[in-house]
Design a protein around this ligand. Structure first.
Ligand code: TRP
Ligand code: ZN
Length: 888
């Protein structure tokens, strides 16, 4: 092969090059412009000559005209930051190619051909962590969404499926383990001492599911036998020092494999399942076929270094990536606008799995809390988009809570409407009908319609309309019935001024407060803008519990008397409904105070009602601690902003923070004895006790409430909890409370924690996060100092998130009236953008919410966005987010 060192035609055709976008105006990609690729790529052979500084890649693609597409006279292969060193067509070296911007364009007659390309990449210089990169001396890849084009030239789009055969070759001392998708088919050692492995993945896949890993790794292994009796080798690969923390991940994988067989009828389809943990990773994990790559955060766990919540997160992410094998890999997406096809469905699947593993109500409460805190603000802000977006400039910006979590809610609504059994018939049909295909959201909806026997015509609006519907509720007694009049309104969002009504499934029950009787649950579907429903009445003082188990992702607007909410919070037979009633009580109270709408008397009455509700959940012996803990969590400040900022009213972060802390302090003072008794009882429960998890949860929640009322007492209790702790949950909880206090124990325990865990990066991350999230009045200065700490680096996304993302989510620091918090986050965006644009762009939405915030802060936030824009030279990722935040 004739290896040129410079491309023959680096600039490409000047006409085309001129039409290429300047970095400051990346083109808009539209869903309606979809066209199939003119070529099929039945097989792809790759050879990697691995090195941290330099890796050579040779790619051989068999191509043939796609009968389902318009013929083309050229083959356009995507590239990004790479240059061809040699190109051959049908075995002949050729110069007849050109670069069009980043892409390689090769003229080709409409017949089958074999195209080979050689190029080189520099993994150690790859700070974006997309494509092939180095992490801790090992090599790994991240290809979703468009990282494969940073490795080699290829039609890098999810609807081009190919069978991959991959040769990996490298220095056995640097890279003793060589992993790729599928099965290892051969391996050996060359005369020069390098070793090699050849891998074959029998399942055709899009390029975004390609992966390789090369490094010094060890595995925790345990075979899984599928329901048809096949044995699957399961490995969790980590660095040797981490091996002892991998059992939970491996067991979670086995539980996921079994659950998907039992609940969705899905069996695994290879004889090998590899999971690799890497410490530099942009997201949580990646579902590459047969070779999942994980952030260490979602693999490593033991009680000394991981909290109970960390254990749950590991289990959930392991399950999520495993479930993608069917919802994502066997059936993939036609184009990236269909991302929710795999992500929304897979999130629903992992949520249902975790509900089965750990209890339905608690998991549902947590998922709804995340939706309200993370997705509702997206829907209400300048970056609002439907779960199936219509356009983007940079697809990485659409890996959002809307596509993932609201996407899951939308499919959950289908399941609620048709019931579990018919939903399963629908998903069976979907998996059968589209296996091996790149499908669309429309394909999914049609399969559910046909399989479950339901008409989802109007329901499709959930895919095309952005915005969280507001449902208002009025109730009137008519004879022995209750008439519920419901109204729905979907707020305008950028590009979508007018909305149509959507089917809103609502599980409701009508109780009688006077009789203390609980009515039966019933599903109603609000399909029109306004609709009345007649429900049977059980007795006087009817109390309606609505949107039970959160059947629809909407905001319910109603003014219920606080006696009714206290009754629901204490008496409802559905624990989810109890928690919702408490939330409703707290939201209306806190928003009422923050907006100055309450008189002192109203404020006192509201506070008393909430304290009553807390008192009864603390005293309720029938309640498990895991649920009691959920009832002790007040609504998040971000959700309170959303509720406060409705209509002409703006959110006042300062007033909300003061109101919420004031309520915590009132609860802590009024229930001081009960909380301290709870803390003492929970502290007596041992680590191995089955009730231990619940006890640990309420222990720290009690401490936090005590701290709001009596910091000195809380500091003593927290220091004691820290010293007595034999697990990370208690230790982190104690330190969390101490971090918010001005007390000598704060510095003392922080130093002890850092020293104890200084060689464990995931725990050092916690050390940063606890300080960045704290309620301490000097939090801004703390974060400034921490950014200069020797352990801090902008190059590791976990570390950046542990400090700066945590701070951006700390309402007290971020929304400081001086605007310093906003300035710090803008500085982070500017500093991080050239290093890791994907991660940098994730900081923008926090500033983007300015329009819903009171005018003084709004202008400070907007000013920072303008400063970022004026800096110029922004990545596509950050440019898109900042410009939309200023326009929206
Ligand atoms: N598909 C991955 C998941 O859901 C998401 C993901 C991992 C990702 N790494 C990424 C998305 C990098 C964009 C960029 O689990
Ligand atoms: Zn996913």
């Amino acid at each position: 092969m004739d290896i040129a060192t410079t491309p023959t035609n680096p600039q490409g055709n000047p006409e085309i090059a001129d039409a290429a976008p300047t970095p400051q105006d990346p083109p808009v990609i539209r869903r309606e412009d979809y066209k199939p690729f003119p070529w099929l790529v039945p097989s792809t052979k790759l050879a990697f000559f691995l090195g941290l500084e330099e890796t050579r890649v040779s790619a051989t693609l068999k191509v043939e005209p796609n009968p389902a597409a318009e013929a083309a006279a050229t083959l356009r292969l995507n590239g990004d930051g790479i240059t061809p060193l040699a190109v051959t067509v049908d075995g002949e070296d050729t110069d007849a190619w050109e670069m069009d911007g980043p892409d390689l364009v090769i003229p080709l007659s409409a017949a089958p051909h074999e195209v080979s390309i050689l190029n080189g990449i520099k993994p150690s210089a790859n700070t974006q962590l997309m494509g092939l990169y180095a992490s801790n001396g090992m090599l790994c890849t991240q290809c979703e969404s468009e990282g494969f084009r940073r490795i080699t030239f290829f039609p890098d789009r999810p609807d081009v499926l190919s069978v991959y055969q991959v040769l990996m070759e490298g220095d056995p001392s640097a890279f003793p383990i060589l992993l790729c998708n599928g099965n290892k088919v051969a391996e050996g050692v060359r005369e020069n001492g390098t070793h090699w492995a050849e891998w074959h993945d029998p399942w055709p896949k899009p390029s975004y599911l390609f992966a390789l890993v090369a490094g010094d790794l060890v595995a925790n292994s345990k075979p899984f036998t599928t329901r048809s009796g096949r044995e699957v080798e399961c490995n969790v690969w980590v660095r040797a020092e981490d091996l002892e923390r991998t059992d939970h991940a491996l067991e979670s994988l086995h539980r996921s494999m079994k659950w998907d067989e039992d609940v969705f009828g899905r069996e695994y389809d290879l004889d090998l399942y590899n999971i690799v943990a890497v410490s530099d990773f942009n997201m949580g994990a990646m579902e590459n076929k047969g070779l999942n790559v994980f952030n260490t955060k979602y693999v490593l766990a033991d009680p000394d270094t991981a909290t109970d919540a960390d254990f749950d997160a590991v289990e959930g992410v392991i399950a999520h990536e495993y479930f993608h094998n069917w919802s994502g890999n066997r059936i993939t997406c036609r184009d990236w606008f269909q991302l929710s096809l795999k992500e929304g469905f897979t999130v629903l699947r992992d949520q249902l799995f975790s509900q089965d593993m750990r209890g339905e109500a608690v998991k549902r409460i947590e998922d709804v809390r995340i939706l309200r805190a993370a997705q509702f603000p997206e829907d209400g802000g300048p970056l609002a988009h439907p779960i199936r977006p219509d356009s983007y400039r940079e697809i990485s910006n659409f890996y959002t809570a809307t596509v993932y979590n609201k996407g899951a809610e939308v499919i959950r609504m289908m399941r609620s409407i048709v019931g579990e059994k018919r939903f399963r018939a629908g998903t069976d049909l979907y998996f059968y009908r589209h296996d091996g295909e790149a499908a669309t959201c429309e394909d999914f909806i049609t399969a559910i319609e046909d399989g479950a026997g339901v008409d989802l015509t109007q329901f499709r609006r959930w895919y095309s309309q952005a915005g969280t519907p507001r449902v208002t509720v009025r109730q009137a007694v008519e004879g022995d019935s209750l008439v519920l009049t419901l109204n729905q309104h979907v707020p305008a969002t950028p590009g979508q001024p007018d909305k149509l009504p959507m089917p809103v499934p609502l599980r409701v029950a009508v109780h009688s407060r006077a009789n203390g009787t609980l009515g039966d649950e019933k599903l109603i579907i609000l399909a029109d803008a306004e609709q009345a429903f007649t429900l049977p009445l059980d007795g006087p003082d009817p109390v309606v519990s609505i949107n039970r188990s959160f059947t629809a992702p909407v905001v319910i607007e109603r003014a219920l008397q606080s006696e009714d909410l206290v009754f629901l919070a204490a008496q409802d037979n559905d624990p989810f409904a109890r928690s919702e009633a408490l939330q409703e009580l707290a939201v209306s109270h806190l928003v009422g105070i923050a907006s100055g709408e309450f008189s002192a008397a109203e404020q006192a009455a509201g506070e008393a009602a909430i304290i009553d509700a807390f008192r009864s959940s603390l005293a309720d012996a029938a309640l498990e601690d895991a649920m009691r803990g959920e009832l002790m969590v007040l609504p998040s400040e971000t959700y309170l902003f959303e509720v406060m900022a409705s209509g002409a009213r703006k959110a006042d972060p300062g007033a909300i923070h003061t109101a919420r802390e004031g309520l915590k302090s009132a609860i802590g003072a009024a229930l001081a004895d009960e909380l301290q008794a709870l803390h003492a009882r929970a502290s007596a429960v041992m680590l191995d006790d089955p009730a231990g998890r619940g006890a640990r949860k309420v222990k720290t929640l009690a401490l936090a409430l005590i701290a709001a009322a009596d910091p000195a007492r809380a500091a003593t209790l927290a220091a004691a909890q820290y010293d007595a702790a034999d697990n990370m949950t208690d230790r982190q909880g104690a330190l969390m409370v101490l971090c918010g206090l001005d007390h000598p124990a704060r510095a003392e325990k922080l130093a002890a924690f850092h020293e104890r865990y200084s060689d464990n990066p995931l725990v050092v991350d916690k050390w940063f996060t606890l300080q960045a999230l704290s309620l301490h009045s000097d939090v801004i200065q703390h974060v400034r100092d921490l950014a200069e700490h020797p352990d801090f680096t902008m190059k590791n996304p976990n570390r950046v998130r542990s400090l700066h993302m945590a701070f951006a989510g700390n309402p007290k620091g971020f929304h400081a009236a001086s605007g310093e918090g906003y300035r710090m986050v803008a500085d982070v965006i500017l500093a991080l953008d050239p290093i890791n644009p994907q991660t940098a762009a994730r900081f923008v939405p926090a500033l983007g919410r300015w329009r819903r915030i009171e005018p003084v802060r709004a202008s400070l936030m907007k000013g920072e966005l303008e400063r970022i824009m004026a800096a110029g030279n922004l990545s596509r990722d950050t440019f898109e987010q900042v410009s939309r935040s200023l326009e929206g």
